[in-house]
Ligand binder design. Structure first.
Ligand code: HEC
Length: 105
């Protein structure tokens, strides 16, 4: 009946070290500034929110560091020093995170 509770506790444990890597709040701000211009409905990048990937998928995405179907480095669209915070924000609110979020701001 209550199998969801240990799973959530586990996710919270997994999310804690990730959150320590960067700032969720700053990441949200940088995401709005550096990414949202192209990533809302009707813009060339299409809508991108934390929810489009799982935590593991965001981790892999930022580890690869490639943007636009792998055609350019992610740092072409955002400052390198902002990437850690942006990753933290996206991962903290990913589809399988404890606090999934749609709007990104
Ligand atoms: C100058 C416009 C522009 C900016 C700024 C931008 N993107 Fe993109 N992004 C695109 C385009 C164009 C695509 C490719 C969309 C397609 O072909 O489906 C894309 C694709 C993506 C994808 C889908 C996977 C991929 O790489 O193809 C993700 C995730 C993404 N962007 C994240 C980000 C993040 C995070 C930022 C901010 C650091 C950002 N984008 C900033 C234009 C932009």
């Amino acid at each position: 009946m209550r199998t969801a509770v240990p799973l959530l506790a586990l996710l919270a444990l997994l999310a804690a070290p990730l959150a320590a890597e960067g700032s969720d709040t700053k990441g949200k701000y940088f995401f709005k500034k550096s990414c949202k211009s192209c990533h809302v409905v009707g813009q060339p990048g299409g809508e991108v929110t934390p929810l489009i990937k799982t935590q593991a998928q965001w981790k892999t995405y930022f580890a690869a560091g490639k943007h636009k179907k792998g055609s350019e480095p992610l740092t072409k669209v955002g400052k390198p020093e902002q990437m850690n915070d942006i990753q933290t924000f996206l991962t903290a609110h990913a589809s399988d995170s404890p606090q999934p979020m749609t709007c990104g701001g």
